[in-house]
Design a protein around this ligand. Sequence first.
Ligand SMILES: CC/C=C\C=C\CC(=O)SCCNC(=O)CCNC(=O)[C@H](O)C(C)(C)COP(=O)(O)OP(=O)(O)OC[C@H]1O[C@@H](n2cnc3c(N)ncnc32)[C@H](O)[C@@H]1OP(=O)(O)O
Length: 315
Amino acid sequence: MALRALGNKSHALISSIGLRNSLITKVERNMSNNNLHQHEGISFHTLNVTTPKQFVYHVELNRPKKLNTFNKDMWIEIKQCFEHLSTNPECRVIVLSAAGKHFSGGLDLTDAMKLGQDLGAQDDVARRGAFLEHTIKLYQDSMSSLEVCAKPVIAAMHSGCIGAGVNLITAADIRYCSEDAFFSVKEVDIGMAADVGVLQRLPKIVGNVSLARELCYTARRFGAAEAHNLGLVSKVFPTKEACVEGALELAETIAEKSPIAVQATKANLIYSQSRTNQEGLDHIRQINKLNLQSEDFANAAVAALTKEKPKFSKL
Ligand SMILES: CC/C=C\C=C\CC(=O)SCCNC(=O)CCNC(=O)[C@H](O)C(C)(C)COP(=O)(O)OP(=O)(O)OC[C@H]1O[C@@H](n2cnc3c(N)ncnc32)[C@H](O)[C@@H]1OP(=O)(O)O
């Protein structure tokens, strides 16, 4: 049996899970006081986090030598990072881009081999199933952390955005790219069905279900112009630098709005996307019966009348 042939390495597996759990604990401890920057060198090996503008955080995938492919650390750190920013009152909007030649080459196939070894260390089908259940759930939660994040996420892609990279950006709120960008829902080419979000999100984003399915069944590469035509990205820029700058400018505009209004808008858009209009209306009614009593509503309304720029407290 192929999996058994990988040998019985259960001790290695147990210690690797132990190591991962201690890493998570360490990252959580480091990030627990809202002071991400103080700890970011220690906490993130695969991400670079900066604050280029007030209330705007810039998260960069930062494994350029590995084409920003997803290894175990990156799956874990993306989740940790977006969970932290979700409740950080200094953060109102997040721009996600990537360092180096490509936005992302998708799953780190070398790292995935190690996963295969860990799996092979389990002799029993049920335990192998439990191991994969846990791992896939972790990876799914990592991608979904952008969607679950209370703050809008603007993804800015350049060059290759492959496999897991496409899964990641479909969980963002807004997508921009540069002219050199190309995309591939690559999973079928490595013999698997995509399982971390693209099959759920892409058809809803592009509206054209036939085309979405074509892309998912064939792994065909498509470029920036096609991504724009089908609505995967809302703007195309001549260069990567222009794209990131455009995303940061958009983030700054959003960050000037009431955080109560923006976060409630995101929550209701996400809630409504797979529910009836009435369910969505019920949801926003419950939110706004609190939010319409906030100082933001009063301040923004006065500012609109007096044509002054409103200032909003942290949230
Ligand atoms: C539970 C599972 C959860 C999620 C699963 C997700 C599935 C996926 O993500 S499927 C997609 C997997 N990725 C790929 O198949 C990428 C295929 N690679 C490419 O398309 C290209 O390499 C490229 C990313 C577009 C980059 O092209 P280019 O700039 O021309 O560089 P190359 O010469 O092709 O590659 C340089 C170097 O990188 C190695 N490499 C490329 N991709 C990966 C990868 N995904 N993992 C590991 N290594 C990768 C490539 O082999 C080259 O290595 P050398 O040693 O320099 O030859």
